[in-house]
Write a protein that binds this ligand. Structure first.
Ligand SMILES: [Zn+2]
Length: 227
């Protein structure tokens, strides 16, 4: 089975579904990660500086190493501007995905929940749903939306439908790989009690696991399933 993970920024794929990715790989599935935006440059006041280029190449290398820890060696970077996807024509975003997805023939796609505070996450969610719309012959049968600690839970009450998971993946055997992959994104991680700390991510995995009676899990919302 071919699986594609579409993440807005480098680190979102591991935060959202790193354990599930490792589990797919262990099951013999082929996993591809698509990272839509650059990451990190939104922290600068302007783009295009030499330091940006240097930060980005460091971040890309982190992305490759993190995915390798999960057993994923196919990582594609679309290099849209970080946290500025609302300045990109929606059609360009959809087209960029439509250029990559047909070759990959994914039967299952993981991406962001629309219930995130981060604008890039919201826009990537919509772009994936659009690129994978169920036209005749569509091979993508399942679209699952993940949560990203430090974004999904930060959306204000009433500003969007809340993230209520209805799909859980037992990652008890893969939590260690997820934590190890997150360590490759050390520059993106924060110290406890920040929501994007290793301690918080482990606590979330255990809470999602406890919700379904296993040691650790990742939680998703099913956006579409075709049978
Ligand atoms: Zn992100």
């Amino acid at each position: 089975m071919n699986v594609v993970v579409v993440a807005a920024h480098p680190d979102d794929e591991v935060l959202g579904c790193g354990g599930t990715m490792a589990r797919h790989v262990a099951n013999g599935d082929h996993v591809t990660t698509i990272i839509v935006a650059e990451g990190s440059t939104s922290r600068q006041t302007s783009r295009d500086s030499k330091s940006d280029a240097c930060n980005l190449s460091v971040l890309k290398k982190s992305g490759l190493r993190a995915n390798a820890k999960l057993g994923v060696d196919d990582v594609r970077f679309l290099e849209f501007p970080d946290n500025r996807l609302d300045g990109v024509h929606r059609l360009d975003l959809v087209k960029a995905l439509e250029q990559v997805l047909p070759d990959l023939q994914p039967s299952c796609v993981y991406t962001h929940s629309a219930a995130d505070l981060n604008i890039d996450h919201q826009l990537v969610h919509e772009a994936v749903l659009t690129a994978c719309r169920p036209f005749p012959g569509q091979v993508t049968h399942t679209i699952l939306c993940f949560e990203v600690a430090s974004s999904t839970e930060w959306r204000g009450a009433g500003s969007a439908a809340p993230f209520v998971p209805n799909w859980f993946v037992d990652i008890s055997a893969h939590l260690e790989a997820k934590a190890s992959a997150l360590q490759e994104y050390a520059a993106e991680m924060r110290a406890w009690p920040h929501a994007r700390s290793l301690e918080s991510l482990e606590a979330l995995a255990k809470w999602r696991g406890a919700s379904i009676g296993v040691g650790a899990a990742e939680a998703f919302q099913l956006a579409r399933h075709l049978r």
